[in-house]
Design a protein around this ligand. Structure first.
Ligand code: F6P
Length: 365
């Protein structure tokens, strides 16, 4: 068998560990492996590289992806020159199928998040033998308890919260740390809890300005002249919208969020809290660098499981980590719904129990 691999969408730590896991276990079975460059662009434009044992040696600790990625290359609405353009997206899925056949491939492993896996599902529905691997720092894919990349991002975000604590304390300030996560608040929630944040703002729990101010004032009254706010980029006021920083034409999910932390700073600076505020937007720092040991372990397990699903011809499936076991689930089910934080979750109640405010007094646990 000859297997193709691609990494699509936003990168994250652990992609190389999956590529290594798939490649090594495929080579052991006597299969050939090729990697497509820059996600689906490589499949559409036949830009590829053969992957041998030496090519994947030593990459388990490397962040990013040796194959490159793209969050705009979509075979069904191709916008990348020279074959397409942002103004006139082209359906090049037939070309993708032709390339797949011409290369003599028996299967494709698509490593990616929501967008990449949705395209994988569309290809599968049209007859391509595909296996998915769930990647994203946002941890927002249903059908898996965790995605790789999340733990590494969480480590970065928690370290940032830890670090701003001392300076917040010295200067008697409100420090506001903004995390990524798109429409899910997992990074902010877990980094906020792990870093001992005082106020955690999530997309799933719209905030009220007066409740954020009250939380800071309550702390002040108890002698705590500083506060740490951890805010997810998708957080929004109860009567308002998310903060969009950019619109990327041609992207399957064109909205880029960011900047809500400045709004929180402004509302605190214009309030009666009497403390200066400062903002730290973590951005892509959360996606860079080496994967944590957990992500290397998870990504290796995912890669090996993907090869196992291929061996059993379980196409149309995505590898998943459920109840401490690697398994396969249908890609269709996995991409049908986002996994978001429930305001009733046990960990939300735990945070409330240790005094965290979610910026909304209606959330009381
Ligand atoms: O989905 C991963 C993610 O990092 C989100 O948390 C973030 O909103 C988005 O991608 C940023 O995308 P880009 O890399 O295109 O700026």
């Amino acid at each position: 068998m000859k297997v193709g691999i691609l990494t699509g969408g936003g990168d994250c730590p652990g992609l190389n560990a999956v590529v290594r896991g798939v490649t090594k276990s495929a080579l052991k079975r006597g299969w050939e492996v090729i990697g497509f460059r820059d996600g689906y662009r490589g499949l559409v434009e036949k830009d590829l590289v053969a992957l041998g044992d030496g090519d994947v040696s030593g990459i388990i600790i490397r962040g990013g992806t040796i194959l490159g990625t793209s969050n705009t290359a979509n075979p069904f609405a191709y916008t990348l020159p020279p074959l397409g353009s942002v103004e006139k997206p082209r359906d090049l899925s037939k070309l993708a199928f032709k390339n797949f056949r011409d290369l003599g491939l028996g299967a494709l492993v698509a490593i990616g998040g929501d967008g990449t896996l949705t395209m994988a599902q569309q290809l599968y529905k049209r007859g391509m033998p595909v296996i998915g691997v769930p990647k994203t720092i946002d941890n927002d894919l249903s059908a898996t308890d965790v995605t790789f990349g999340f733990d590494s991002a969480l480590n970065v975000a928690t370290e940032a919260v830890d670090r701003v604590h001392t300076t917040a304390q010295s200067h008697h300030r409100v420090m506001i740390v903004e995390t990524m996560g798109r429409y899910a608040g997992w990074i902010a929630l877990r980094a906020g809890i792990a870093g001992g944040g005082d106020i955690i703002l999530l997309p799933e729990i719209p905030y009220r300005a007066k409740d954020i101010i009250k939380a800071v004032l309550d702390r002040k009254r108890r002698g705590k002249k500083f506060s740490i706010v951890v805010v997810a980029e998708g957080a929004r006021p109860e009567k308002g919208r998310m903060t969009v920083t950019k619109v990327i034409k041609g992207s399957p999910d064109p909205l880029r969020l960011g900047g809500v932390s400045y709004k929180i700073a402004e509302l605190l600076d214009n309030s009666s809290v009497g403390l200066e505020s400062r903002v730290v937007v973590l951005g892509h720092v959360q996606r860079g660098g080496e994967p944590t040991p957990f992500d290397r372990w998870l990504a290796t397990g995912f890669g090996v499981k993907a090869a196992e699903l291929l061996a059993h011809k379980k196409f149309g499936q995505m590898v998943s980590f459920r109840d401490f076991a690697f398994t396969g689930v249908s890609i269709a089910a996995a991409v049908s719904k986002l996994r978001r934080v429930s305001p009733k979750a046990q960990e939300v109640r735990a945070a409330l129990a240790v005094g965290v405010s979610f910026g909304n007094s209606r959330i009381t646990g």
